[in-house]
Design a protein around this ligand. Structure first.
Ligand code: DX5
Ligand code: ZN
Length: 240
């Protein structure tokens, strides 16, 4: 397998009192995307950050002259009213859960109308058939490997065959649709997640909890690349 690999640190595990510095630090450490978790205490039992915070961190989301995309994961219901606000706040990708939209196709069109990439998020128990008539319109399929709402949960192993099934569906479209996995990804299991077909990996606690961001991101990348050469190999490098 020679697929690209993108590491997306989740700000949910960052120090919220120093978000700009945290964004700069993970970008300097090698982050490919900044994953921005939005929770509403309604669709999920937690409350986090909104478009004003997205706008505040946007100037920090660059490596030199190159923008680093903000990957907005909306865990809010209803979802449509927030999409224009996040598009104006600098989001490059906006993903939403099908359970949070009355009209999934319309919500995808709304996201794309702002020139923003659109993603659909499947919870561990959400069946794949929600992708049936919309996959070709998506830029990203996001598979949750924990139930949404909190960082630091354990990876749900039954998601691995689901990743492979979605990878096959993406290949059948012939389009470059990213396959992102979110929840409990770490240096020990990233090998299996990438071998299953993921190309974009969200990592919250695995990046932020040890304090050494370059070491943590390097451990994720090294282990994932080792997998590409030898899919059965277990993790080689430990996160700090
Ligand atoms: C969970 C969030 C995830 C989470 C990932 O609802 O969508 O992005 O923060 O954190 P870890 O990597 O710690 O599971
Ligand atoms: Zn997320």
């Amino acid at each position: 397998m020679n697929q690209p690999l993108r590491i997306a640190p989740s700000l949910l595990s960052a120090d919220f009192a120093r978000l700009g510095e945290e964004v700069s630090a993970v970008i300097a450490a090698g982050a490919d995307l900044i994953h921005f978790d939005v929770m509403d205490n309604h669709y999920v039992p937690n409350l986090t950050i909104g478009p004003m915070v997205c706008q505040a961190i946007a100037p920090y989301c660059r490596r030199g002259d190159t923008p680093v995309p903000i990957d907005v994961h909306l865990m809010v219901k209803p979802v449509d009213a927030l999409i224009p606000l996040f598009a104006q706040a600098g989001a490059s990708i906006i993903s939403f859960h099908p359970e949070a939209s009355e009209h999934i196709d319309r919500t995808i069109q709304l996201i794309r109308s702002f020139g923003v990439k659109a993603g659909l998020v499947l919870n561990p128990a959400t069946p794949l058939h929600v992708l049936d008539h919309v996959l070709e319109q998506l830029d990203l399929a996001l598979l949750m490997s924990v139930n949404p709402g909190f960082g630091g949960q354990s990876f749900i192993e039954s998601v691995l065959p689901k990743i492979t099934a979605v990878r096959r569906r993406i290949q059948a479209t012939g389009r470059d649709i990213w396959l992102e996995v979110d929840g409990g990804v770490n240096a020990k299991n990233i090998a299996r997640v990438v071998a299953a077909g993921a190309d974009t990996l969200v990592a919250g606690s695995a990046v932020f909890s040890g304090g050494d961001y370059p070491k943590a991101i390097a451990a994720l990348r090294i282990n994932a690349q080792a997998t590409a050469r030898a899919p059965a190999t277990e993790a080689l490098a430990e996160s700090p």
